[in-house]
Design a protein around this ligand. Structure first.
Ligand code: PLP
Length: 384
């Protein structure tokens, strides 16, 4: 089987698995304990924090370990809204955010906040001008993702962040960086970003662990209360094996960022070219998107049917994004891009990983070609 679903999750690096196993068996002390086992774990925790901070170009004290990006996004969005309630109750985000951001805003809206959901263009992009126009005197937070998880569209987050810092320095800026890290360079300190979410399992680390960068002079309302770990924002005994495993993945992904993204860019261009030659397939990703995601639709065809045909040929792909692919609803992201219902219901996402080669891409294009031929042949037999 060839795995082409890396935007859903990635195969962990062997070194990461090895590190986790070792830390789990040999360093099981609670980092809050005062004895030597506790101190040993506290040292590992601090080292992991420093490694992640260095990869992001921030200070170690600005890293909060969480259970993944869903939690990071919830802490950032709701924590900012609740903390700054006296400053105002207006928030800004986009129509194409991941559900962990989008639904956080929806929940706040139901609780009395006012949210501006920015429209995207046909490529899925928002502009710095749109954000500037939406800001009001009572705006407390703007949240825009770096790379869209369905289409790979790259948002101009550095431009948005710099504009906000210059014109509206009191407005906080959160970026969901999950699909961008290790693929599309972003310098947090130079981009006016106050809050940034990351997930380990999208960069060949373990599942169930992530981080939130919280700029040093930003305070958030803690959603959880407990023992005060992670600066009080994420209390609970720290998952040292996974935190250390994540730090390893973060470092490896950062070190490989340039070479991996250059290589994936070439593979993606070949794949997009191959797809555009298949007459009935419609590309939803734009050429300047992130180097690992290609999204297309086969109007008139159920996405699941095409997915299973590709699986029979030995290729694992995705319909929409993993977290919403079991829902038979049209993609909110594609709808926001103005795509017709037929396109929204027949979307397939192919997401590349650093293990892929040119010949994998050629084989995938051939399999797509075969599947399309089969569908055309079977159309009369009510397959679609
Ligand atoms: N944000 C984006 C853009 C994602 O793609 C994902 C995962 O699908 C998440 C957030 C949630 O990450 P996690 O699985 O770590 O909760």
């Amino acid at each position: 089987m060839k795995y082409f679903d890396n935007a859903a999750t990635t195969p962990p690096y062997k070194e990461v698995i090895h590190t986790i196993t070792e830390v789990m068996s040999a360093h099981y002390g609670n980092p809050s304990s005062l004895h030597r086992y506790g101190e040993d774990s506290a040292r590992l925790l601090q080292k992991a924090r420093e490694v992640c901070a260095e990869a992001l170009g921030v200070h170690a004290g600005e890293i909060v370990f969480t259970s993944g990006a869903t939690e990071s996004n919830n802490i950032a969005v709701k924590g900012a809204a609740l903390q700054w309630i006296t400053r105002g109750k207006h928030l800004i985000t986009t129509m194409t955010e991941h559900p962990s951001v989008f639904e956080s805003f929806k929940q706040l809206e139901r609780q009395g906040w006012e949210v501006t959901y920015l429209e995207v263009d046909a490529a899925g992009e928002v502009t710095e001008e749109q954000v500037a126009q939406a800001v009001r005197t009572d705006t407390v937070l703007v949240s825009v993702m770096h790379v869209n998880n369905e289409t790979g569209c790259v948002q101009p987050v550095a431009e948005i962040g710099r504009m906000l810092k210059k014109k509206y320095p009191r407005v906080l800026f959160h970026v969901d960086g999950v699909q961008g890290f290790g693929k599309v360079p972003l310098y947090l300190k130079e981009s006016g970003i106050d809050l940034y979410s990351l997930s380990a399992h999208k960069i060949r680390g373990p599942k169930g662990i992530g981080l939130l960068y919280v700029r040093e002079d930003v305070s958030l309302f803690p959603l959880l209360t407990g023992g005060g770990q992670e600066g009080g924002l994420r209390p609970g005994t720290e998952n040292i094996p996974y935190i250390v495993g994540m730090a390893k993945a973060v470092r490896m992904a950062k070190e490989a960022e340039k070479t991996v993204s250059e290589r994936l860019k070439l593979l993606r261009a070949t794949l997009m070219e191959g797809i555009s030659r298949l007459p009935e397939l419609k590309l939803n990703s734009v050429p300047e998107g992130a180097p690992h995601i290609v999204h297309f639709s086969y109007p008139g065809m159920k996405a699941e049917a095409l997915l299973h045909m590709l699986e029979e040929e030995g290729f694992l792909v995705s319909t929409k994004s993993a977290c919403s692919s079991r829902k038979a609803e049209p993609s909110r992201v594609l709808q926001a891009m103005g795509k017709l219902p037929d396109i929204c219901l027949s979307g397939i996402r192919i997401s590349l990983g650093d293990e892929h080669t040119e010949s994998d891409i050629q084989d995938l294009i051939a399999a797509l070609n075969k599947a399309v031929g089969r569908v055309r042949h079977l159309k009369g037999e009510n397959l679609t």
